[in-house]
Design a protein around this ligand. Structure first.
Ligand code: FEO
Length: 168
């Protein structure tokens, strides 16, 4: 059995993950409306990943004998004024989710709930990746705005070749 406070926070986290899925679907819809199918696809997949996160937490609670309490999911409706704004909103949201996961982890550590700490290790690594992806999306967009995207990709391919002779 897990402690009541941990169960409550994990139940709330299910809601936050499902809201994340909603938010990313909202972003996918925006890009879809704008005819940007690549961005639409990326955020549709991101929404699916968020559902996976919710399901993992759900299963963890069930495996530990706890009931799931689903609550209403907030309205994700957003107004975006340009293509970059959703990318910034995604990064801001991922930072919020990271804080939320860290809060549960801190409480688990305080309560010596090592099982939950171990379970959350994957989420902590995942949040690191998701923030990096969100930052990369913004950086690539900015490069593209400056027509540097392709050139930057080209420069990334450079590999080091050692000199063909050595000096003693
Ligand atoms: Fe499940 Fe993107 O946090």
């Amino acid at each position: 059995m897990l402690k009541k406070e941990i169960v409550e926070l994990l139940n709330e986290q299910i809601n936050k993950e499902l809201f994340s899925a909603y938010l990313y679907l909202e972003i996918a819809n925006y890009y879809g409306d704008e005819g940007l199918e690549g961005y639409e696809n990326w955020f549709k997949i991101q929404a699916l990943e968020e559902e996976d996160h919710a399901m993992l937490i759900r299963q963890y609670l069930l495996n530990n004998g706890h009931a799931i309490k689903l609550k209403a999911i907030d309205d994700p409706t957003r107004t975006f004024n340009n293509y970059k704004e959703p990318l910034e909103a995604a990064l801001e949201h991922e930072r919020y989710v990271t804080d939320s996961i860290h809060t549960i982890y801190s409480l688990a550590a305080e309560l010596k709930d090592y099982r939950t700490m171990q379970f959350l290790d994957w989420f902590i690594a995942e949040q690191g990746e998701e923030e990096t992806n969100a930052e990369e999306n913004i950086r690539n967009y900015q490069l593209f705005e400056k027509n540097l995207y392709s050139l930057n990709k080209e420069l990334k391919k450079r590999e080091h070749t050692p000199p063909s002779f050595q000096l003693d």
